[in-house]
Design a protein around this ligand. Structure first.
Ligand code: ASP
Length: 492
């Protein structure tokens, strides 16, 4: 191709604006969505973030490949009546190409990006996720996610919440999963944990007097993988001071309703039904359930409900290492060790009696058969938190080591408080009518825990392990080591 003007400085017209620019010359930038070669004439459908438009090249464009990035300088032409394409927002016009430049030529794509992509092998979709994300369905899902996040922020700011970030490198906080551990180079043999949730920090923000906190928080849990989820998820995490259970539930319900409606979601119930844990077990055999009728399902409605009155403790599942670690006495928490027992069970709680009967001030939010949130009123008196850990069989030294900092904070003016965490990924999944969380996360993990696009987890060079004072017994890394040694030898 002959030398063209360098284009990125050209004043850009977005594709959505083209129908209003009849007979004007415009500069368009985008991707080749489709190409149809008819000898002397080549049609290219150019796509940018705002839409698609047909471009016509006379003796031009036949060299371009699908998904290449182009700059096109052209004239907007009104289409004759009989050539109008009613399916396309720009269907009343087309662009007569006067000049163009290929800014990036695309080779043949490893996966197709037209269509919904469900049928394509997961490994391939995630290896080439940046292409997979170009498909219209995923573009729509991620835009929906962004709009929902914005709506939630708007609703929370309107209710006087403050957005505050909490650390990613921290100490283990108990959410009932295993921690992801990060070695500390400067403290050989010592480790940080990645947060399973911001639970303790958000409570400390209540001690600090913020009264209403929220964060779209990344939570990292080393859980057994399920087909639709990886080790990371995003929570709408919030905490409020001077509240009781019904106040938190009302605030959350009104915020969720408003945010969902802002993004076009439809609710089954104006007021979310409240069901006790025992009733749920009786009616549905589980603490998550689907209240939609067939008609609700067809209409894409969201059926939210609250579940309350959960037992505080349960017997440890001997097959679950995290539970065995937490529940030294054979008892462990069902939801959250930082919760407050319900008032009428407080005396038993403090005395460590009738443990199986103690109910916690915990509330879960379910929607369409999924748990989409959970929270509680928290212990804010040191003796209550201490009693919880005593029931789980912790010695005074062990209590000090794991939650001593919380007990100290509770001794310097911590207000009564409670909060919740809502699963953002799940909410978006339900709103989008998807059945897998991966369809609403930009770069999810494969079902076997491999990252999208980049190949992690990966082995480390021996020097890097040594710097961290680590030695590994795992085969994978040793192979990596010997491979590197051979490669280095070859280089020499
Ligand atoms: N921290 C809890 C969780 O992540 C939720 C909460 O009680 O706020 O499940």
């Amino acid at each position: 191709m002959t030398e063209k003007k360098v284009s990125p400085q050209a004043k850009r017209t977005l594709i959505v604006q083209t129908p209003k620019k009849i007979d004007e010359e415009v500069d368009l930038f985008g991707w080749v969505d489709a190409k149809r070669d008819h000898g002397k004439i080549t049609f290219v459908d150019l796509r940018d973030r705002t839409g698609k438009v047909q471009c016509v090249g006379y003796q031009q464009l036949s060299e371009v490949t699908p998904e290449s990035v182009l700059w096109i300088h052209g004239k907007v032409k009104k289409r004759p009546e009989k050539l109008i394409n009613a399916d396309l927002a720009t269907g009343t016009i087309e662009i007569e190409v006067l000049d163009y430049q290929i800014l990036n030529r695309s080779r043949e794509l490893p996966i197709p990006i037209a269509g919904n992509g469900y049928e394509i092998n997961e490994e391939m979709r995630l290896k080439y996720r940046y292409l997979d994300l170009r498909r219209a369905r995923l573009q729509k899902n991620l835009h929906l996610r962004s709009r929902l996040a914005q709506a939630i922020r708007t609703e929370l700011f309107a209710r006087d919440f403050v957005e505050i970030e909490t650390p990613m490198l921290t100490k283990s906080t108990k959410e009932g999963s295993r921690d992801f551990i990060v070695p500390s180079r400067l403290n050989p043999g010592k480790f940080y944990a990645l947060p399973q949730s911001p639970q303790q920090y958000k409570q400390l923000l209540m001690t600090a007097g913020f009264e209403r906190y929220f964060q779209l928080a990344r939570c990292i849990r080393d859980e057994d993988l399920r087909a639709d989820r990886g080790f990371e998820h995003t929570q709408v995490d919030l905490e409020m001071s001077f509240v009781d259970q019904s106040m938190v539930m009302e605030t959350v319900e009104s915020m969720v309703k408003a945010a969902i409606q802002q993004v076009g979601g439809q609710l089954k119930d104006e007021k979310f039904p409240i069901i006790t844990y025992q009733q749920a077990l009786k009616r549905f055999g589980a603490d998550k359930f689907d209240l939609r009728s067939a008609a609700d399902k067809a209409a894409g409605k969201l059926a939210f409900a609250w579940v309350i009155d959960f037992p505080f403790f349960k017997k440890v599942d001997e097959n679950d290492e995290a539970e065995v670690r937490d529940g030294k006495s054979g008892w462990t928490f069902t939801h959250n060790p930082f919760s407050q027992p319900q008032e009428q069970f407080l005396a038993d709680h403090l005395a460590g009696e009738q443990i199986e009967q103690i109910l916690t001030a915990q509330y879960d939010l379910v929607c369409n058969g999924y748990e989409v949130g959970g929270g509680s009123i928290r212990a804010h008196q040191p003796e209550v938190l201490r009693a919880t850990f005593k029931i789980m069989g912790y010695s005074d030294e062990e209590i000090e080591a794991s939650v001593g900092h919380m007990l100290r904070a509770f001794a310097v003016g911590t207000p009564p408080h409670g909060g919740i965490a809502l699963g953002l990924d799940r909410l978006v999944m339900l709103l989008a009518g998807e059945t897998s969380l991966k369809e609403v996360i930009a770069f999810p993990m494969t079902s076997s825990g491999k990252t999208s696009v980049m190949d992690a987890p990966a082995a480390l060079p021996p020097a890097q392990l040594a710097e961290l004072s680590l030695k590994t017994l795992a085969k994978a890394n040793m192979q990596h080591d010997s491979q590197r040694v051979t490669e280095q030898k070859k280089k020499k």
